[in-house]
Ligand binder design. Structure first.
Ligand SMILES: Nc1ncnc2c1ncn2[C@@H]1O[C@H](COP(=O)(O)OP(=O)(O)OP(=O)(O)O)[C@@H](O)[C@H]1O
Ligand SMILES: [Mg+2]
Length: 446
């Protein structure tokens, strides 16, 4: 709720004292003390009642105050986080006042200040919600002022994405530590090994496909899609018993055929369609296994993951390049098969991992399919109209200037996209065929 601030004699805007809790508590305590003192000299019945009432009031006030702090700490998760949130909200409010983001007349003695709440998810990010008052509309300016509010340990945090909620009542800004590099540079293949269904995407980011099914990378040529996919491929190959079906229209993986099962590699459109048909057969078989499991265990919502079935992955780099080589009948069949996998995948542990140059629907993946993919990553500069980012993430303004091999990701449980860095396999020379072969062998041994 907005608060009115008043200008004091030093020309500084302050919250009027009567809107604060603590002064009221002090006043109540002083009165209670005085009445108790008087009552010890004058024994009058109504004074005794007054003593009883005023102390009850003090107890209620302390109770309410403590409860609100307790609630704050509980929702923040720890006392430290609670203090960061309170302090940050104060700093932001002060900065908004100082930088005149607020719509006020310079000589007005009063100014309406929006409520500011901060949710601390550091080191990952901070979320700042600012009430939108009439006349406040410049999101860029606001982002700048909020970024400038942080000092000390949070000094490197800056706004990376922002939006106005659909009801138009609130600004939501995400801040991240833009000073630190989150690029994951695994040193050995063993370091890349993850529990089954888990993929590491950067230093501080893993996803579990069982909970967040399907993954897509969007990005222009040279942005790092294939490198990201190879990192994900090597991790998935190492899961015990996993089956990775690779559609490879650009023949980037064709050298895999020296050791890789040929029924899991497809280049031509009709081969890809035949391969996807086989995956859909697995989907159907697994649906039966899962439903038998449900009957046996009498447990609804059971998934292949809960039954310990290994993941089945369909990996397609360059979906639109592949579709460009299809006639309209093939396209229809292809999209139908992808839709089946994407819709039923979660419960049977069959997942899509895709790469595509564009997020626009006419360039391949339909809106239906895109809507089922839990983790979306857009690589490269926001650029131009930002249409690619809008298609992937909705109406969120992401900060435009990302470097090469950087971008943004959005996954289940996140309100707004966060910065993403392509895994660097070059640094320790892990991006060669020999290493991929070793990853495959590790997974086959189980
Ligand atoms: N983190 C990184 N650091 C340094 N170089 C990288 C990094 N990621 C990728 N590269 C290099 O950048 C080049 C382009 O990367 P990649 O092939 O992954 O892009 P792409 O998006 O798949 O491009 P295309 O659409 O042309 O296939 C490659 O030569 C790759 O070796
Ligand atoms: Mg590529």
């Amino acid at each position: 709720m907005a608060t009115i601030y008043k200008r004091n004699a030093q020309q500084v805007y302050k919250r009027p004292i009567y809107t604060l809790f603590l002064p009221w508590l002090v006043v109540a305590l002083v009165i209670a003390g005085l009445i108790t003192l008087i009552n010890s000299f004058v024994a009058v019945i109504w004074l005794r009642v007054a003593v009883y009432l005023i102390w009850s009031l003090v107890v209620i006030m302390i109770g309410l105050g403590s409860y609100s702090i307790y609630q704050g700490i509980r929702s923040a998760g720890s006392i430290r986080r609670y203090r960061v949130q309170q302090r940050s909200a104060k700093d932001i409010t002060r900065n908004l006042l100082a930088t005149m983001t607020l719509n006020r007349q310079q000589d007005s003695p009063h100014v309406t200040v929006p409520s500011v709440t901060v949710v601390d998810r550091t080191p990952s990010h901070l979320t700042v919600k600012i009430e939108k008052l009439a006349g406040m509309y410049d999101l860029d300016r606001l982002a700048e002022d909020v970024s400038g509010s942080f000092r000390g340990r949070l000094a490197e945090y800056a706004v990376t994405s922002s939006r106005i909620t659909t009801n138009g009542n609130e600004f939501v800004l995400t801040l991240e530590d833009v000073g630190s590099d989150r690029t994951w540079r695994p040193a050995t293949l063993e370091e890349m090994k993850q529990p089954t269904h888990v993929l590491r995407l950067q230093k501080d980011l893993t996803i579990n496909l069982a909970d967040s099914p399907h993954l897509i990378f969007y990005g222009k040529s040279g942005s790092g899609k294939s490198t990201s996919l190879i990192s994900v491929l090597m991790q998935a190959l190492m899961w015990a018993g996993s089956q990775i079906y690779i559609a490879d229209p650009k023949r980037e993986f064709s050298a895999l055929s020296d050791f890789y099962p040929l029924d899991r590699l497809a280049v031509e459109a009709d081969e890809v369609i035949a391969m996807l048909n086989r995956v859909c057969d697995i989907v159907r078989d697994r649906q039966i296994v899962v439903s038998n499991g449900v009957k046996k265990r009498q447990q609804m919502g059971l998934r292949a993951y809960d039954l310990g079935l290994p993941p089945v992955i369909v990996m397609i780099d360059e979906v639109s390049a592949l579709m460009a080589s299809m006639d309209s009948k093939q396209k229809k069949e292809f999209l139908g098969l992808l839709t089946q996998i994407v819709m039923k995948g979660r419960s049977v542990s069959c997942f899509l991992i895709l790469g595509n140059q564009s997020a626009l629907a006419e360039k391949g993946i339909t809106t239906d399919i895109r809507g089922q993919i839990a983790t979306k990553i857009v690589l490269g500069k926001v650029g131009g109209s930002g249409e690619e980012y809008r298609m992937a993430f909705g109406e969120v303004a992401t900060k435009g200037s990302v470097e090469r091999f950087r971008g943004y990701y959005l996954t289940d449980g996140l309100e707004q996209p966060l910065l993403y860095a392509v895994t660097d396999l070059h640094f320790h020379k892990l991006n060669d065929l020999k290493t991929i072969k070793r990853a495959f062998e590790i997974g086959q041994k189980g």
